[in-house]
Write a protein that binds this ligand. Sequence first.
Ligand code: ATP
Length: 304
Amino acid sequence: MISARGLRKAFGDFEAVKGIDVEVRRGEAFGFLGPNGAGKSSTMRMIASVSPVSSGELRILGMDPATDGPAIRGRLGVCPQEDTLDNELNVFDNLYIYGRYFGIDRATCRERAQELLEFAQITDKAKAKVEDLSGGMKRRLTIARSLINNPDLLLLDEPTTGLDPQARHVLWDQLFRLKQAGVTLVITTHYMDEAEQLCDRLVVMDKGLIAAEGSPRQLIDAHSTREVAELRFGVGEHEALAEKIEDLGERIEVLPDRLLVYSDHGEDVVTAVLDRGLHPIATLVRRSTLEDVFLRLTGRSLAD
Ligand SMILES: Nc1ncnc2c1ncn2[C@@H]1O[C@H](COP(=O)(O)OP(=O)(O)OP(=O)(O)O)[C@@H](O)[C@H]1O
């Protein structure tokens, strides 16, 4: 569905994407993870064939965006990061008129729009103004709109950013249903838990390069320990305490509000900490997640 070799994007002297290789296969959910400014959106815009490739090779659905832009765009669905709904149109017409841009006939467009309202669970809002929708509903409508042309490939740039947890959950359900229906999804997100559940494969991008790639499981196995002991001490104590227990894990991360001790046996770490006469305010032993991989590879936590 997507094949990139040595893909680069430069803005003047600045290289936002510095030569990446990516392959996305039919039917998979593929994720781009990375901190702000990693080059995810720049990559997505090249894939969407709305931003020219600076150098390298890019094929989308077997076609070259430089020469086949309209044909590619006709077969893509795009859910951009910023809200691009048409405020002058009601909810139904946002779908219907968008569909007409693809040259879909009126009757089919009406039928599709109706189906997509149901899919997005906003049928009762068909006649409402866009500005009267909640943030979550707007996002669902944007995703519904991106599906009007039955795309082969759906590109989603941070679809859940800025939503409250419940709205995120509803939207994430929508994405799972698309995945089950066999739609190829390419997604950028800041939410590691969601990426872990949804993505079959993903790449971690940092500073314009790919730092790692694989399935969530492969990435966790390769870049983290089985478990993590989280230890919370008093404010300002973490740096000094990290030195006292650094031998207890394979690695320690000092965050502003806690220490993360990486070890395959988290409970043993907690026991050893208590044996040394240290008294954490709170402890938690959990399995490693993509968040830990991210921290390892980029040196940044998502809170940063
Ligand atoms: N049109 C542009 N002109 C100049 N610089 C740009 C342009 N678009 C992006 N950049 C720069 O390229 C770098 C990568 O930006 P990009 O938006 O691709 O990152 P991102 O990983 O999507 O980040 P975010 O998570 O914040 O969306 C940033 O340093 C950004 O300032």
